[in-house]
Design a protein around this ligand. Structure first.
Ligand code: G4P
Length: 534
């Protein structure tokens, strides 16, 4: 019986791919997600997500996808089959939703697809998220999108990936033509050109593909003899001077495979999706500490259930003040209504009726495996990073906190509500809504609130009002970046408009008015370091 269960877990783990798509807003993440659904057969036509622009967030895009098709989507992940594999795509909120949740979601991913707009190259949000992947060694596949527009030179873009991100780039395929003449890609492993036919429906259907060996390539419509020659030369150059790709190096964060394409027209998207199956990792064993505070690796094939909370979402339904805890399973099998232990408190928690929350009809999850995400009603006060398991009192390694870039002072409009706001801030900071900072060496001083994204402040004010009955005033502070101080705080020369504060664990942090000031402070204090995360 046991043996049978084990092999079942192994099979389920091996066929799973849990990943997140990271990008700067507008690079094409939503379009690519839609196309993944199109190619997986979940959608017969793509393009039903209307009104993407403006205030709508990625999660509400997902909600409308779900309403259309009844796809199992929670606000945190989406699960479906692709070519015999089970895919979990995690939602990494971007746009105005960019927040610490975006980083935390990466803790639940086994790999990442990074989407780059071919005309823009590496943009700020992509860089930040890429750095978070590096910290956790989460392998990254790169998709250079919008090749149907006149963007930058492909070689240039690859060089930018190498120089700005500090990782080797290895082209898995190569574009044939640019802009209006973009007509396909060459698969470098097989030396085969994939020519796509543009179809009138503007990418809502799969295009037809014609396969031609590079050696057999002759001039054709939109591809002159000179262009054929240039393509062949470029490919030769890549063979000679380009970085080699190996799965080991990719898994080791030494190289990122590069795919070129256009999510809008579907050119080159199938090879990208296939790479998830061909070389992206299935759920991997995660590091944890056990009861004896020893570092251990929790084998993903271990039959004992373990999972951790990577996101909390409150008040999704304003009629019910519920809070949902999203768990990523790291080992074992989840079975409906199972009871597990909450590491830390040792309390028993019944995982009753998890569901994909935003489903038109709430779909109850009957069973789930490593790599899967389940959402449960957080009636027991679970916090971000908490571990639930059946054995061993484990605690999984958490993603560090990232330097906040927005700072504010929050006060109750009615000064008589001091007690309520204190209680609310303490609880909401514990849930990870914002970070609380105090004056250096003064934990009793009135706290500042700090965040990675503006939305966090909006959520904070909303929840203080709804749940703690405090109407608040938010006053932004003139700091733009920060860093955790390594070195003796007593001898740190703090620049004039910077400020030394302490975080919840009483670690010293410096808030700076600009990146320039931060760099200046580093020069002035050569014996100190300023860490972007802690
Ligand atoms: P995001 O989730 O990363 O923010 O990006 P999203 O997919 O919403 O795409 C941003 C814009 O870029 C959209 O245009 C989308 O149609 C366009 N786009 C995405 N992929 C490609 C591509 O391969 N080629 C071209 N030419 N455009 C692409 P929009 O005008 O903002 O919205 P919509 O009116 O098209 O929905």
């Amino acid at each position: 019986m046991m043996v049978e269960k084990m092999s079942n877990i192994e099979e389920e783990v091996n066929r799973r791919r849990t990943f997140a798509i990271i990008s700067h807003p507008d690079a094409g993440k939503t379009t690519l997600t839609e196309k993944l659904l199109l190619y997986s057969g979940m959608l017969r036509t793509a393009g039903m997500v209307s009104g993407r622009k403006g205030a709508k967030s990625a999660s509400s895009d997902w909600m409308s996808m779900e309403q259309e098709r009844g796809i199992s989507i929670s606000s945190s992940s989406m699960q479906f089959e692709y070519k015999g594999h089970k895919i979990n795509v995690l939602d990494t909120p971007g746009h105005s939703d960019f927040s610490e949740d975006t980083y935390r979601t990466l803790t639940a991913a086994d790999s990442v697809i990074m989407v780059i707009d071919s005309s823009k190259g590496i943009e700020a949000q992509t860089l930040k998220l890429f750095d978070a992947c590096r910290l956790r060694n989460i392998p990254v596949i790169t998709f250079i999108n919008k090749m149907d527009l006149y963007g930058r030179d492909p070689i240039d873009l690859m060089e930018e990936v190498e120089n700005v991100l500090g990782i080797q780039a290895s082209a898995i395929n190569w574009p044939i033509g640019y802009g209006k003449e973009f007509q396909g890609v060459v698969d470098r492993a097989t030396n085969e050109c994939h020519f796509y036919t543009r179809i009138a429906s503007g990418g809502s259907l799969k295009p037809e593909v014609e396969y031609v060996k590079v050696d057999d390539l002759t001039p054709r419509e939109n591809l002159s003899a000179a262009e054929v020659e240039e393509l062949q030369e470029n490919l030769m150059l890549l063979d000679e001077a380009g970085n080699e790709f190996s799965r080991e190096a990719y898994l080791d964060f030494k190289v990122t495979p590069i795919f070129f394409g256009s999510a809008m027209t579907n050119f080159g998207v199938e090879p990208l999706f296939d790479s998830l199956i061909d070389f992206a990792p299935s759920p991997w064993s995660r590091k944890a500490v056990n009861k004896a505070e020893e570092k251990v690796e929790v084998d993903v094939m271990n039959p004992d259930f373990s999972a951790f909370v990577f996101k909390l979402q409150a008040n999704m339904n304003p009629k019910h003040r519920d809070c949902i805890a999203f768990l990523r399973i790291n080992s074992g099998k989840y079975e409906k209504d199972m009871t597990v232990l909450h590491s830390g408190t040792g309390k028993k928690v019944r995982l009753a009726s998890p569901h994909s929350l935003m489903a038109a009809e709430r779909v109850t999850v009957e069973e789930a495996y490593p790599g899967d995400v389940i959402g449960i009603n957080n009636t027991v006060g679970l916090g971000i990073g908490d571990t639930l398991c059946t054995k061993g009192n484990l605690k999984f390694e958490a993603l560090p906190q990232f330097q906040p870039e927005l700072f504010a002072r929050i006060t109750p409009k009615d000064l008589g509500k001091r007690k309520q706001i204190d209680k609310g801030l303490t609880q909401l900071a514990k849930e990870g809504t914002v970070q609380l900072l105090h004056e250096w060496k003064d934990s009793y001083s009135y706290p500042f609130v700090a965040a990675v994204g503006r939305l966090q402040f909006e959520v904070l004010q909303h929840r203080l009002n709804e749940e703690y009955g405090v109407d608040t005033k938010l006053e932004m502070l003139p700091y733009a970046c920060s860093g955790w101080l390594k070195g003796d705080p007593a001898i740190f020369k703090t620049p004039y408009s910077a400020r030394m504060v302490q975080d919840k664990d009483e670690r010293p942090m410096i808030l700076f008015s600009s990146q320039w000031e931060k760099e200046y402070a580093l020069k002035e204090n050569p014996d100190h370091e300023l860490l972007d995360y802690a």
